[in-house]
Design a protein around this ligand. Structure first.
Ligand SMILES: [Zn+2]
Length: 287
C-alpha cells in the first residue's frame, strides 16, 4: 500500500461531501476531538464544501468554516442513514455531520478546526497555488519554487507553500516521467514548468476516482512507474528501482527512483546535504 491522500483524493471527497451536504441543514454535527468536543452544529446549514490543496473546507451558513486534513490515513465516509458505518473502529471517528438524507463520518481526521469563514486565511493562507484549484497559477508556483533554487526538487514539490496538493506519489511519479533525479537542485531542473504540469495532469486524470494510477492501468501492481516498486525492474529500462528517505528529519518521505532514467546530469551526492554516507538510507518497512 503506497497510496496516501493527496490533492486529488481531497478534491473528490469535497465534491462528494458538497453533493451530500450543500444547501441542507445539519440535524447532527459533532466532533470527537478535545478542542471541538463542546461544539454542536445541529440546526446549522451547510453552504458548500471545497478543497484547498490537501485541506477540506466545509463552509456553514452561519459564516463559520470547518477545516479537516487527511494527512496519511484520514477519510470522510458518506452513508445513508441506517447504513452500518465501516470506515474503522468507533474510536477512529473524529466527526459526524448528518442531514436527513446523508451521514458524513470523518475517520482519523487531523487538524480539525472551526473558524469564522472570514478567517480561513489563518488556516490555508500560507498555501501556494492549488494544483487542482479553479485559480491554479503555474507562473506563481514556478516563482515560488525558483525562490529557493538550492532546495532539492523532491522536497520542494511537497512543500505546500510552493504549490498545494501534490503528495508523495505524484511527486515520485512525475519526477520519473520527466527524468528528474529527486535530489536535483530546483535550479538544475531543465523544464520545471513541464515537471509541475506533468504532476498536475496526473492528478487531473485521477481526481474523479479514488484509485491513484500514473500508468493508465488500474490493475494492482501495474498502476505506478516507480512508487512501491523498490527492487523491481524499471518499466522502461529494467534497472532496479531504488528507495530512500528524503526531506527534513521530522518530515521524511520515502522516495523511489530509477537511477538510470533519472540519472543526475551532474551527480548529486545526498550525503553532502544530509550527512548520510554514500546513499539515501534504504528502508525495510516499505515495499
Ligand atoms: Zn529506468
Amino acid at each position: 500500500m503506497v497510496g496516501v491522500p493527496e490533492g486529488d483524493t481531497v478534491w473528490l471527497a469535497a465534491k462528494r461531501m458538497h453533493a451530500a451536504l450543500a444547501g441542507s441543514t445539519l440535524r447532527r454535527g459533532e466532533f470527537r476531538v478535545p478542542q471541538l468536543a463542546a461544539v454542536d452544529l445541529a440546526g446549522v446549514g451547510v453552504r458548500e464544501v471545497v478543497p484547498r490543496g490537501k485541506h477540506l473546507l466545509i463552509r456553514l451558513a452561519d459564516e463559520r468554516t470547518v477545516r479537516s486534513h487527511f494527512r496519511m490515513d484520514g477519510a470522510w465516509h458518506i452513508y445513508r442513514p441506517g447504513t452500518r458505518w465501516h470506515g474503522g473502529p468507533g474510536y477512529d471517528v473524529r466527526a459526524v455531520l448528518a442531514t436527513d438524507a446523508w451521514e458524513c463520518v470523518g475517520y482519523r481526521l487531523h487538524d480539525l478546526a472551526l473558524v469564522p469563514t472570514a478567517e480561513e486565511h489563518t488556516l490555508v493562507g500560507h498555501l501556494g497555488p492549488d494544483v487542482l484549484g479553479p485559480d491554479w497559477d503555474l507562473d506563481e508556483a514556478l516563482r515560488r519554487l525558483r525562490a529557493h533554487p538550492d532546495d532539492q526538487i523532491g522536497v520542494a514539490l511537497l512543500d505546500q507553500r510552493n504549490l498545494a496538493g501534490i503528495g508523495n506519489i505524484y511527486k515520485v511519479e512525475s519526477l520519473f516521467l520527466c527524468g528528474v533525479h529527486p535530489w536535483a537542485r530546483v535550479a538544475d531542473v531543465d523544464d520545471l514548468a513541464g515537471l509541475v504540469t506533468r504532476a498536475r495532469k496526473l492528478m487531473l486524470a485521477n481526481r474523479e476516482h479514488p484509485e491513484q494510477s500514473t500508468t493508465g492501468s488500474l490493475r494492482r501492481g501495474e498502476d505506478h512507474w516507480v512508487a512501491g516498486r523498490r527492487g523491481r525492474p524499471c518499466r522502461r529500462c529494467g534497472t532496479t528501482i531504488l528507495l530512500g528517505e528524503q526531506g527534513p528529519s521530522t518530515e521524511e518521505r520515502v522516495t523511489w527512483w530509477c537511477p538510470r532514467c533519472q540519472a543526475a546530469r551532474s551527480p548529486i551526492d545526498p550525503a553532502a546535504r544530509t550527512g548520510e554516507p554514500d546513499h539515501p538510507r534504504p528502508l525495510t518497512t516499505y515495499r
